[in-house]
Design a binder for this molecule. Structure first.
Ligand SMILES: [Zn+2]
Ligand SMILES: [Zn+2]
Length: 195
């Protein structure tokens, strides 16, 4: 199925992986390599984006995903990258995130937009004996999921599809890193519509 995605015309498309705060560079580089063929875009690693004090809510001990996503969108606008043919930014933060209506989230995205964010700190919880492998699989699933939203996809009812909603790690572990057949077709439609 991945080969189909890779066949989507990709000239001039760029996906920028942006480390937000302190993040393991090896993980970011690995993620950039993994994501490239899945969306048929060229991936690059962006300049690190510094952590801001206003993102942190001391009463919750968590960072606000919505505020970080807004900051990423503003940062992109200021850099003038909106005119690029297609330019997605994926923020990767080693933080525990919440959103306005949810006690914690693994990621957020501007649906059909330009930016997504994943928070990887909670993905280490109970990662099991193959800790690093399990952790990286989770990171990849959440990254593909949020970028699927950026492409324009909504949640999928198939529990093994990467676009299945993950309110917790049980759902993340159950789903795969791949789009189901329905989402694959929809993704190709979305990518072609925007090209
Ligand atoms: Zn989602
Ligand atoms: Zn699906």
């Amino acid at each position: 199925m991945r080969a189909v995605i890779a066949s989507v015309p990709a000239a001039g498309w760029v996906m920028e992986i942006v480390p937000v705060g302190e993040v393991d560079y090896d993980l970011v580089a690995w993620l950039a390599d993994e994501l490239q063929p899945r969306f048929g875009v060229r991936s690059t690693i962006g300049e690190p984006f510094g952590c801001r004090a206003e993102w942190f809510d001391p009463s919750r001990g968590q960072h606000c995903a919505d505020l970080i996503l807004d900051s990423l969108v503003d940062w992109r606008s200021a850099r003038g990258t909106m005119e690029a043919v297609r330019f997605w930014s994926l923020g990767v933060a080693d933080l525990n995130l919440y959103a306005a209506d949810r006690p914690f989230v693994f990621g957020v995205a501007t649906v059909g937009g330009c930016c997504a964010l994943i928070g990887i700190a909670r993905l280490r919880d109970g990662a099991g004996p193959a800790t690093e492998h399990c952790f990286r699989e989770r990171v990849l699933k959440e990254a593909v999921h949020e970028l699927g939203h950026v492409a324009g996809l909504e949640h999928c009812p198939a529990s093994t599809c990467v676009m299945y909603s993950s309110p917790g790690l049980a759902e993340t572990d159950r789903k795969t890193t791949e789009f189901c057949a329905v989402c694959t077709l929809r993704l190709i439609e979305c990518l072609n519509d925007g090209s």
